[in-house]
Design a protein around this ligand. Structure first.
Ligand code: AGP
Length: 634
């Protein structure tokens, strides 16, 4: 989970690379570095800690146009100290790497026998040693690099430069993303882990796929597979604009993204609404369709209609659904389980990707496995997808990044349409995942004949009102800024909910953990008397998610159990709930909504609560310690 940037062109490489690393810092921020060609030699500057420390070292430095590579790190091998920061430099070779070289120990032993002396504790440095040796007999950098790729095992995106070939960059990947922005007929090229770093220069990009190599020479960019076969790569024009990737006046990306949620949910729903019939019509899912044709929107009207039918036929024959994800995406899947079982009466198994991939799950052939992932690059989720596909079971992904690995490799494709989510703590991705899962559950229920058209329309109307309800809760955000001051003194937090509110309690606890670094647990409210009640004393804050739904009364009695034993209570309920208010130090009212819509609304107070507590503690809300936005390693 690191960010890498490479540049070749007339601008000062330092400026382009540092800007790029700033947009990628969410991918890792425990050290950073840059190597820029200067009078025939690569000048390397690195710094421990956040990017700002590297920028201080670069203050006042400027370089002529040319070539450079840069890196912001999330440490996997070797402590986050300067000697382990990238770029790694071995004689004339400089490299930056995102991922993990899994056979690094044996390669290190071999290289040491050849006389290599390692300066760092990282796996990445060995790539620079390998290229250094491979330079013998090579006529250009590509010839040197292509010789060493087959030696590497694991996940890697790598950029290589060398003083022997000052106008060349070689890029190759297997796993973590690598995107190439080609401007001015390849006289200017920006390579990066994500498109945000490229957008200020061009929206025309090429996505490198696994086991592909790009060779830049200042006049051209050539593409090859790892056998050396030339490839003809498609150029994609990005539809996002750079503006989306900026804070637009908010103090943090996370706050901006919390406020963007109502619009994001509308964007997730709109493409799948049949406005004439007021029903759900999942479009461009693409089971069995050519991915490139689908993603380019090249389908004819007949193909669109056939695709809608194909999706319903797939759903009609479903006997079981699995939902797989990590972290917040996993909790979204838990909500999906309640949706699908309640509306479509199809059994659902919800799985943590990191467990699912290793427990040899029994997946009946007529199942559908849904993968939820904002980045589309999460290593555990990608590995689970590949395992399921190898067993011939149909897969459907809900992603936020088109053309990401998981998006590309799934059989069916649905999108969060949340726009760029920069904050490491996921917010827009979560609520848009819920919206898409809601649409899926309605579609499966319709295909199975479990709901009438009238009920389908009512469910859809309820979902279409979600953005309005979300906006009304956002209007109270000032409540959380002063609530945070009282809450931040608590040593621990216990989040509770029943039914579909239970995953929301888990998600709220995760937000408090990852942002405020506070111990916070999510619990099924009915579980309290089986142990966790012993945790409660006046130093413990209780957060109860208790909208007026079928389980409200039972949730209320759980809350009374907690109240009787000390513990400050923050409760979230429907309308002016006097019973909850009487039991709570802080009460926030939600608008009345259908039980399937409540999760999209009630999660907002929990996001804001953790945001303001974290901010009042002085934490880096957008880049919490030890975390990264896209976990592309195991
Ligand atoms: C949530 O706030 C975290 N950022 C993390 O749990 C995240 O949801 C998880 O790593 C999965 O990421 P993905 O959705 O990109 O697969």
């Amino acid at each position: 989970m690191c960010g890498i940037v490479g540049y070749m062109g007339p601008k000062d490489p330092k400026d382009v690379i540092i800007h790029g690393l700033e947009t990628l810092e969410y991918r890792g921020y425990d050290s950073a570095g840059i190597s820029v060609l200067n009078q025939g030699k690569y000048e390397r500057i690195r710094a421990q800690g956040k990017l700002v420390n590297l920028k201080e070292k670069l203050e006042g430095k400027s370089f002529p146009g040319g070539v450079g590579i840069g890196h912001t790190r999330w440490a996997t091998h070797g402590a986050p100290v300067e000697k382990n920061a990238h770029p790694h430099k071995v004689y004339q070779v400089n490299i930056v790497h995102n991922g993990i070289i899994e056979n690094n120990e044996e390669l290190r032993v071999e290289l040491k026998k050849q006389g290599s002396v390692f300066e760092s504790d990282t796996d990445s440095e060995l790539v620079a040693h390998l290229v250094h040796y491979a330079n013998d007999g090579a006529n250009n950098l590509y010839e040197a690099v292509i010789k060493i790729i087959s030696k590497l095992e694991g996940a890697y995106s790598i950029l290589v430069v060398s003083e022997e070939y000052p106008d060349q960059i070689v890029a190759f990947k297997n796993g973590p993303p690598l995107v190439i922005g080609v401007c001015d007929d390849a006289r200017e090229v920006v390579i990066a882990s994500d498109i945000q770093a490229i957008m200020p220069y061009t929206k025309d990009v090429v996505y490198l796929e696994d086991n592909e190599v790009a060779f830049l020479t200042g006049e051209s960019v050539s593409y090859f597979d790892i056998e050396g076969k030339s490839l003809d790569k498609k150029v994609t024009t990005i539809k996002w604009d750079a503006e989306q990737a900026e804070k637009q006046g908010y103090e943090h990306f996370m706050l901006k993204e919390i406020y963007e949620q109502p619009r994001a949910v509308s964007a997730a729903i709109e493409p799948h609404v049949d406005a004439l019939k007021n029903t759900v019509s999942l479009k461009n899912v693409g089971f069995g369709l050519d991915y490139d044709k689908l993603i380019e929107g090249d389908l004819t009207a007949d193909e669109v209609a056939a695709d809608i039918k194909s999706t319903l036929d797939t759903f009609k024959n479903l006997e079981r659904v699995f939902i797989v994800g990590c972290g917040t995406s996993f909790y979204a899947g838990m909500v999906g389980e309640y949706y699908i079982e309640n509306l479509a009466k199809v059994p659902v198994e919800i799985e943590l990707a990191s467990e699912f991939r290793y427990r040899n799950p029994i997946i009946p052939k007529d199942s559908l496995v849904i993968f939820i992932t904002q980045s589309g690059e999460t290593a555990d989720t990608l590995a689970a997808l590949r395992q399921v596909k190898s067993e011939g079971v149909k897969t459907l992904s809900i992603c936020n990044v088109r053309r990401s690995s998981i998006d590309r490799e799934s059989d069916g494709h649905l999108y969060m349409n949340a726009g760029v989510e920069v904050g490491v703590a996921s917010t827009k991705a979560f609520v848009t995942s819920l919206a898409v899962l809601n649409l899926i559950s309605i579609s499966i229920a319709k295909a199975k004949g479990e709901i009438s058209e009238e009920k389908e329309s009512r469910l859809l109307m309820g979902l279409l009102e979600a953005p309005k309800h979300m906006d009304s809760v956002l209007a109270y955000s000032h409540f959380f800024s002063y609530a945070a001051d009282t809450l931040k003194k608590f040593k621990g937090f216990l989040y509770m909910g029943r039914g579909v509110n239970y995953p929301i309690a888990l998600e709220g606890a995760l937000k408090m953990k990852e942002l405020a670094y506070k111990h916070a647990e999510g619990y099924a409210a009915g579980e309290m008397k089986h142990g966790p009640l012993a945790l409660i004393d006046e130093k413990m804050a209780i957060v109860m998610v208790a909208p007026k739904d079928a389980l409200y009364d039972k949730t209320l009695s759980n809350l009374e159990e907690s109240k009787a034993r000390g513990g400050a209570i923050i409760s979230i309920g429907t309308g002016e709930d006097e019973q909850l208010k009487k039991l709570s130090e802080h009460y926030l009212s939600l608008p009345e909504a259908h039980w399937t819509v409540n999760p999209l609304i009630e999660v907002i107070p929990l996001q804001l609560l953790s945001y303001y507590v974290a901010d009042s503690l002085g934490n880096d809300v957008d880049r919490p310690r030890n975390l990264a936005k896209s976990v592309t390693v195991e």
